[in-house]
Write a protein that binds this ligand. Structure first.
Ligand code: DAH
Length: 357
């Protein structure tokens, strides 16, 4: 008669040291598999007499159940061990990641020009102006002709323009007004804004402009202007001055000293230069104001009748004013920036000094 207790002990001793699922499955089949030790014993029951079977059968069956249960439990505990091991290896230290982020990710800020532009747009919107946009790549017509600057006009030389030359277009020279260029001022939007609008109306148009010129503390090849136009009946220079003074007071939050000089621009008559007392040096003279103590900020004037005509407006009935605010200079005055080139530098140390999101 086989000793079931011994088999049980042997099985348990073997099972205890196993750590892998496959090993447990193997051991289990050695005992209760098709030809396993216990299975063979159960098969031999049929050769025993009735008494032997009665005494031995239930015990052998018990051992079979015991081995199966023990194997199942061992498999379960191995699975738990495996999961714990994986968790320990893959542990993510969330707090550490956070520390890294704080160190390396810098928060952005609005460019000072964007801040000023948004502020000015709000001021003009509150005074009933629309805010318009226009293309950077323009044609000669909108940049010059419509603004009373025909091709033989000496004023074309006032602005060094970037032209597009299409080598395949041999007739480009004959296509007056069609030649492409990078707009040299936002005044291009004057005609675009007038066409399709019925007076009275008023709008502003901020945007970048391009000029082929040498850069210095107050000149850049790409800079920003804000064009403005107000058309209606019986508009006077007094209205123009009122709007200009109001806007400057709103922006600088204080009365700034201004002076009005005659200025020549083909698209206005009379034309003016509105200067403000340099806020960088307070009028003493510096590189920004070219040692004069005054900064040209707001050229303006009463819209020329030819420009009104180009915009489809009868100059006998309507008139108005226009202005071209130098947005970058305004930003420099407001924040005390002494070189226009900082604005285009893309240097985060510069940009992050201004108001954060
Ligand atoms: N477009 C001119 C420039 O860039 C500026 C200007 C002058 C705009 C007088 C105007 C104006 O609207 O009335 O030099």
């Amino acid at each position: 008669m086989v000793d079931l207790e011994k088999i049980k002990e042997k099985f348990l001793a073997a099972l205890l040291v196993l750590t892998k699922e496959a090993e447990v499955l193997n051991l289990k089949s050695e005992y209760v598999g098709k030809n396993g030790v216990v299975s063979e014993i159960l098969k031999s029951l049929k050769d025993m007499n009735a008494d032997e079977r009665k005494a031995f059968g239930p015990k052998a069956n018990e051992l079979k159940d015991f081995i199966q249960d023990q194997s199942t439990m061992r498999l379960a505990s191995i699975e738990v061990l495996e999961i714990n091991k994986k968790l320990a290896e893959d542990r993510i230290d969330v707090s550490l990641t956070e520390q890294i982020q704080v160190k390396t990710i810098k928060h952005g800020g609005f460019h000072p020009r964007t801040l000023i532009q948004q502020e000015i747009e709000d001021i003009f919107l509150s005074m009933g102006f629309d805010v318009l946009d226009g293309p950077h790549i323009e044609d000669e017509f909108h940049n010059f002709e419509a603004l009373n600057i025909p091709s033989d006009h000496p004023a074309r030389d006032m602005q060094d323009t970037f032209w597009f030359h299409d080598p395949h277009d041999t007739e480009a020279k004959d296509k007056i007004g069609k030649k492409r260029l990078l707009r040299s001022h936002t005044s291009t939007i004057q005609v675009r804004g007038m066409l399709g609008r019925k007076p009275p109306f008023r709008f502003i148009a901020p945007g970048i402009v391009f000029r082929s010129e040498r850069t210095d503390a107050s000149h850049e090849m790409v800079f920003t202007q804000l064009e403005g136009m107000m058309i209606g009946k019986d508009i006077s220079v007094a209205n123009l001055i009122y709007f200009m003074k109001t806007i400057l007071k709103e922006i600088f939050k204080k009365d700034v000293e201004v002076r009005l000089r005659p200025g020549y621009f083909p698209f206005v008559e009379p034309g003016f230069e509105l200067d403000i007392r340099c806020l960088i040096c307070e009028g003493k003279g510096c590189s920004v104001c070219k040692q004069i103590g005054w900064v040209e900020l707001l050229p303006c004037g009463m819209v020329h009748p030819n420009v009104l005509k180009a915009g489809g407006i009868d100059p006998e009935v309507f008139n108005g004013f226009a202005f071209g605010l130098g947005l970058d200079r305004l930003v420099m005055m407001k924040y005390g920036i002494d070189d226009i080139r900082h604005l285009q530098s893309g240097d985060l140390r510069f940009n992050s000094q201004f108001k954060l999101f």
